[in-house]
Design a binder for this molecule. Structure first.
Ligand code: AVJ
Length: 345
């Protein structure tokens, strides 16, 4: 029973209910809102599917595969930075109690941070927030094997809509938002998301934000157009995730993966392009989608930033920049910010 309910929740990419008593109402609400959001995105120009749909169970597993591809440099670049600088990061946030990670995924990168907290004499709790139950299960397994002494509190949630965290017991909270995921939003959306994070923090709590930096376009292009076609499969999988949520009838094999780097906008865009004219029954969205040959649906933007852009972004969201850590090749940066009491002070 419980297993089945969990499975259904994860398939539908729903945020977790507030309390058992209001659970039914809340999830109906959340489901209706998610259907509206999806319907609205698909009727926009350009048509879009919110990129969170990339991370159903299969999508999360495919993304984990991407992180190990030779072309996909961000994960290993960031991992090396974290491993090398975790001591300094944790020192800025000491004494840390809560390590909260948004989009924890497989959380392989996080162990080094937890180690630094432990070495500092802290007793951290790890709060893992992810939209995928599969990813959270991986997080738990990896942590249980690597650092059994660290309690893990999984939160199955769509943090793009609402952020719900367990109460903070004592000590500082360190929020990790890694991988360059902040680049999936335009500036306004990114600032809103970070400001929402800040609402859960006290002055002096810490944000560690990972961002992809502007670098040579060929390297960026290759990272999203790998030779094995894993990224193409990851992209097409979004249609399966949408089908299972909306009971729509997209045929993933009828679309091409197209991921150009826009030099002027400094971002990768992932598209699914219809190989022929088609009509798609959108199921619970209550509509039919007509696509002409060559028409595309945008499934993700992934921005590259300059250092100043990142620092301005966290500052605008109420975090005073405290440290900037950049990889030797200049492709990835980590910004550490201290939460301020008020947005403007
Ligand atoms: C997980 C959002 C950081 O933007 O690079 C990987 C997702 N998309 N390959 C990114 C992704 C295509 C990734 N993030």
């Amino acid at each position: 029973m419980a297993r089945r309910a969990a499975h259904r929740r994860e398939r539908r990419l729903l945020p977790q209910p507030v309390s058992p008593r209001t659970a039914a109402l809340v999830s109906l609400d959340a489901e209706a809102a998610a259907l509206r959001e999806l319907r609205e995105a698909l009727s926009r120009s350009p048509r879009e599917i919110p990129c969170k749909y990339l991370y159903d169970d299969r999508g999360s597993a495919l993304f984990e595969q991407i992180t190990r591809l030779p072309e996909y440099y961000p994960t290993r670049t960031e991992r090396a930075l974290l491993a090398e600088r975790s001591q300094a990061i944790v020192a800025a946030a000491c004494p840390v109690y809560d390590v909260v990670e948004l989009g924890s995924g497989a959380a392989e990168k996080t162990v080094g941070i937890l180690d630094a907290v432990l070495a500092d004499g802290g007793r951290p709790r790890y709060v893992a927030v992810d939209i995928s139950a599969h990813a959270l299960a991986r997080t738990r397994d990896i942590l249980a094997a690597a650092r059994p002494e660290v309690p893990v509190e999984p939160v199955l949630a769509d943090y793009t809509r609402e952020l719900r965290l367990p109460p903070k017991p004592r000590g500082r909270r360190l929020v990790l938002f890694l991988g360059g995921t902040i680049g999936n939003d335009e500036n306004a959306g990114a600032a809103r998301l970070l400001a929402r994070v800040r609402e859960h923090l006290d002055p002096g709590d810490v944000l560690l934000l990972g961002a992809n930096l502007v670098t040579d376009p060929a390297a960026i292009h290759a990272a999203y157009n790998d030779a094995q076609g894993v990224t193409a499969e990851f992209n097409r999988n979004v249609l399966r995730a949408v089908n299972s949520f909306a009971r729509s009838a997209f045929d993933p094999s009828a679309f091409d993966h197209y991921a150009p780097y826009d030099v002027e906008k400094r971002r990768i865009e992932m598209w699914l392009v219809a190989r022929s004219e088609m009509e798609i029954d959108l199921g619970r969205l209550g509509a039919t989608l007509r696509l002409s040959k060559g028409e595309g649906i945008r499934t993700e933007i992934s921005r590259r930033f300059t250092r100043d852009e990142v620092l301005r972004l966290i500052d605008a969201a109420g975090f005073t920049p405290e440290r900037w850590i950049e990889s030797p090749d200049g492709r990835f940066g980590l910004a550490l910010g201290l939460s301020r009491a008020s947005l403007r002070s």
